[in-house]
Design a protein around this ligand. Structure first.
Ligand SMILES: *Cc1c(COP(=O)(O)O)cnc(C)c1O
Length: 230
């Protein structure tokens, strides 16, 4: 099998998993956005996936991302910044990405807001640290509402929802109950603040089915699309 066929099969397989997961819970498959988590993978590989129809990509490391983006300016790609955010990098992030997933303090949202080109809004998500892991960024579940309340008045960034990167769980029910907390919190924030946040970014190669069953709208897939990372 040629390389391009290998890539195509991987993409089709992930798409099929998404479609099946949606069918199982009677959701529309078009309600899920697949994001290729392309950290450590080459610009050429991203180009190949664009030729196969994949247009959303997520990057974790800013300088690596900017270098790859410079080689892909001829393509219509929606870029998601899914890594941890250092506050001295917000200006570059604001100018190179359409979505920022891991906002976990007001200062970051405010800086993105103030440093953004006025005619180019970006979408942001509040990262929740569901398992309270010290190594991960994100607010506690019960802190998200207050952060959303603070971010809401900012007029350049668009708060769209929540994101999480939970610990791997060994069974489907545990995965579901973890992701369900996000969905419940999104509903609570919408209800309390009278918002219409519509996005949950959750689900990776190992748990996309559970994430979709629990209401995720964006899955970030690395390994199962692009192969293992070295
Ligand atoms: C690497 C990464 C992913 C993709 O993980 P896989 O298990 O390889 O699918 C998703 N989200 C974030 C934030 C990542 O860093």
């Amino acid at each position: 099998m040629s390389n391009i066929d290998t890539h195509k099969n991987k993409l089709l397989n992930v798409q099929k998993r998404i479609h099946n997961a949606c069918a199982n819970v009677s959701r529309d498959k078009n309600s899920i956005q697949l994001i290729g988590a392309s950290k450590t993978k080459s610009a050429d590989l991203i180009r190949t996936f664009v030729s196969l129809g994949q247009t959303h990509f997520g990057e974790n490391y800013l300088s690596e991302a900017i270098e790859k983006q410079a080689n892909l300016t001829d393509l219509d790609i929606t870029w998601h910044y899914i890594g941890q955010i250092q506050s001295n990098k917000t200006k570059l992030i604001a100018s190179h990405f359409d979505w920022v997933h891991a906002v976990d303090r007001f200062k970051i949202a405010k800086r993105l807001n103030d440093q953004l080109d006025k005619d180019r809004p970006i979408n942001i998500l509040i990262q929740i640290n569901l398992d309270n892991e010290p190594s991960k960024s994100g607010v506690k579940l019960n802190e998200a509402l207050d952060l959303a309340r603070q971010i809401q008045p900012l007029n350049q960034v668009r708060l769209r929802g929540l994101m999480a990167l939970p610990k791997p769980q060994d069974n489907f029910q545990k995965q579901i109950s973890c992701f369900t907390q996000l969905k419940n919190e999104l509903d609570r924030i919408n209800h309390t603040l009278n918002l219409e946040l519509d996005t949950i970014s959750a689900g990776m190669s190992n748990d996309l089915e559970a994430a979709i069953a629990a209401g995720s709208t964006m899955v970030r897939i690395g390994t199962d699309l692009f192969g293992t990372r070295t």
